[in-house]
Write a protein that binds this ligand. Structure first.
Ligand code: HEM
Ligand code: PLO
Length: 396
């Protein structure tokens, strides 16, 4: 069987959701995460405060060129932190720096298509990649084990505060629940791996997407999206989730960002559970299948001038939304992203508030952001700098 050395280390041999093979246990764990997002996700009142602090931090750059990366990552980390652990980090919290550091280290070393994932026997040789990965994983594990212990000690039965509480609660047998029900097989290892993964997936994907969109917006005029925001919301109040249906152009900018630079260009490797076929090609049971999302999102048969950033392709000639069938940034089917609606809400609130309150320009003399990026488990933009120009407040 195909062995994934780095992802096995990351997930204690598949005790997570994304990298674990299909099984009834995987299904019940995925369901737990999904329902806890519905419980704690959409109503998170902290989200607005987090959005406001990101805007203030960027606006406070006082005309100097800034790299938006660290501020965006911190904001997105705090959203997921609220959901998973009911806590947020202040800007200079050393633990936040630790989290951002171990996440970066994992993104740099995990499943990078390196030889280790193809020749698992290389594991026996010393390797800088494996050393770094192990070190990041141990920082992550120490931090999460402490959170798990704190939660176990302080949680109130029947009143989960966050995803970690919901997972701990599902571990404990309740009343008449049969052994087949959710808690079965949910060990402490599973709880830790599921929480760690939700945390990591939630941070890296959303912050990467926001940064890609900002990088493209520096190349592309921002006036149309700001005009739409001014007409629908004005500048006298903050943007709310209920404004989203009235802001189709903003949505099309987000979609175009997700299309042109898919966070996950070849998705996560899938395994055929039985002999089957795709597009007439026979697929033997057990075959690893990689979906080339990059190719789907850049296929000239489906996209006119696929390498150009053209948000209008997601609107019809009346300005109403259209979603082409070859647009699948969150995947599809049983393994579709569990965080899609949370991610969509975050992308909307962050982008709309940023563009309502400020414009992003290229600093004088600086090269425009590189649009090639760095390929790994996620396709990330290289760091870039922008000038933040505050927009006047108070206009309706
Ligand atoms: C899976 C994209 C945000 C959690 C995936 C997959 C993609 C994806 C393409 C894999 C589908 C496959 O291999 O078939 C994205 C994008 C996001 C985003 C583009 C943001 C812009 C999030 C967030 C969370 C999350 C916010 C959680 C807080 C997960 C998990 C899986 C997953 C747990 C594994 C699902 C499974 O295997 O059943 N995501 N994601 N994602 N995503 Fe996301
Ligand atoms: C990000 C770094 C974290 O420390 C660990 C982690 C867990 C889940 C991974 C995520 C990383 C990268 C993005 C992934 C996500 C699962 C689903 C998501 C691969 C490595 C995507 C886009 O497919």
């Amino acid at each position: 069987m195909f062995v994934q050395v780095t992802t096995d280390l990351l997930t204690r041999g598949g005790k997570d959701i994304a990298f674990s093979d299909f099984s009834p246990l995987w299904k019940s764990h995925r369901r737990l995460v999904h329902s806890s997002f519905t419980l704690f996700g959409e109503g998170t009142h902290k989200l607005q405060d987090i959005v406001d602090s990101l805007c203030e931090e960027l606006q406070g750059s006082g005309g100097a060129a800034v790299d938006p990366g660290p501020a965006v990552s911190r904001a997105v980390t705090n959203v997921v932190c609220t959901l998973v652990f009911s806590s947020t980090y202040g800007r200079h919290d050393p633990e936040l720096a630790q989290v951002m550091d171990y996440n970066n280290g994992i993104v740099e070393t995990i499943a990078g298509g390196g030889l280790l994932d193809i020749y698992p026997w290389l594991k026996v040789f010393p390797s800088e990649v494996l050393r770094k990965l192990r070190e990041c994983i141990s920082v992550r594990d120490r931090l999460l084990t402490r959170k798990l212990e704190e939660h176990k000690a302080s949680m109130m039965e029947g009143a989960p505060r966050d995803l970690l509480d919901a997972l701990i609660q599902a571990q404990r047998p309740q009343g008449q629940r049969s052994a087949q029900q959710e808690g079965e097989g949910l060990t402490d290892d599973h709880v830790l791996m599921i929480a760690a993964e939700t945390f990591g997936a939630g941070v890296e994907t959303t912050s990467t997407t926001l940064l890609w969109i900002l990088a493209y917006l520096v190349h592309h005029p921002q006036e149309r999206v700001q005009k739409e925001l001014d007409e629908v919301v004005g500048r006298g109040r903050g943007v709310c989730v209920s404004d989203r249906p009235h802001l189709p152009y903003l949505d099309s900018v987000t979609n175009e960002g997700l299309r042109i630079r898919p966070v996950s260009p070849v998705l996560i490797p899938h395994t055929a559970l039985r002999d089957s076929s795709i597009g007439g090609h026979f697929i033997k049971c057990g075959t690893r299948v990689l979906v080339n999302m990059w190719a789907i999102h850049h296929d000239p048969k489906h996209w006119e001038q696929p390498d150009l950033f053209k948000p209008e392709r997601f609107l019809d000639d009346k300005g109403c939304r259209v979603t082409p069938p070859s647009f699948l940034p969150f995947g599809a089917g049983p393994r579709v992203c569990v965080g899609e609606s949370l991610a969509r809400m975050e992308l909307f609130l962050f982008l709309s508030s940023l563009l309502q309150r400020m414009s992003f320009r290229l600093p004088g003399g600086a090269p425009p952001p590189d649009l090639q990026g760095r390929v790994g488990v996620v396709l990330q933009p290289l760091p870039f700098k922008v000038l933040v120009i505050p927009r006047e407040k108070g206009q309706t």
